[in-house]
Design a protein around this ligand. Sequence first.
Ligand SMILES: C=C1C=NC(C(F)(F)F)=NC1=N
Ligand SMILES: [Mg+2]
Length: 217
Amino acid sequence: MKFTPPQLSVYFIAGTQDVSRPLREVLVEAAIGGITMFQLREKGSGSIQEEDKRLALALELKQVCHEYGIPFIVNDDVELALASGADGLHVGQEDLQAADARSKIGSSLILGVSAYTSEEAEQAVRDGADYIGVGPMYATRSKEDAKAVVGPERIEEMRRNGITIPITAIGGIAAEHVKTIISSGAEGVSVISAITAAESPEKAAAAFLAEIQKAAM
Ligand SMILES: C=C1C=NC(C(F)(F)F)=NC1=N
Ligand SMILES: [Mg+2]
């Protein structure tokens, strides 16, 4: 699936550790609500470690994504991304080097890279990233080893430094933050608990999409 920046608009990220019912159900509801991309981030306490179970989960969720016409991205695990035929891979600074990731997945897969500073952003561009994830914007409940909050100001700084690669903002984002984040120069927002902890993942996703559309006017 070809990467286009609008796919970054409402980027849902989750693993089984983030939900208390089948992740497939939550993903279907979020997709109905209007998410534009999904990342399977099966990581941290409570996540599935067995390779065969991880592959089965990835294949099941990829099928949902393709039914709704959205890209299916795998976090960190390049073997799982390749084995499941994912549309892309996302790597953090502490993971596989982005340049190595790009050489392993080839030029047709989407490559996302976490970037905390302008220097890391520039390196990600050199390494062949299609987008970068910048954060944490606000205090986050989803990442056990999150760095200090940088806020939308960091995105503004990257744009001032001439960084033009598509950016998704991540970390503690709620629908009311979207306008500020898009104004700072991001193409979209990435969310975990704003959708996984919502009473209705469908309504939560729809609210993010509505805010994105308002910000684009
Ligand atoms: C740690 C992460 C940072 N950013 C992103 C994304 F939003 F996809 F860019 N995903 C991650 N897993
Ligand atoms: Mg990572």
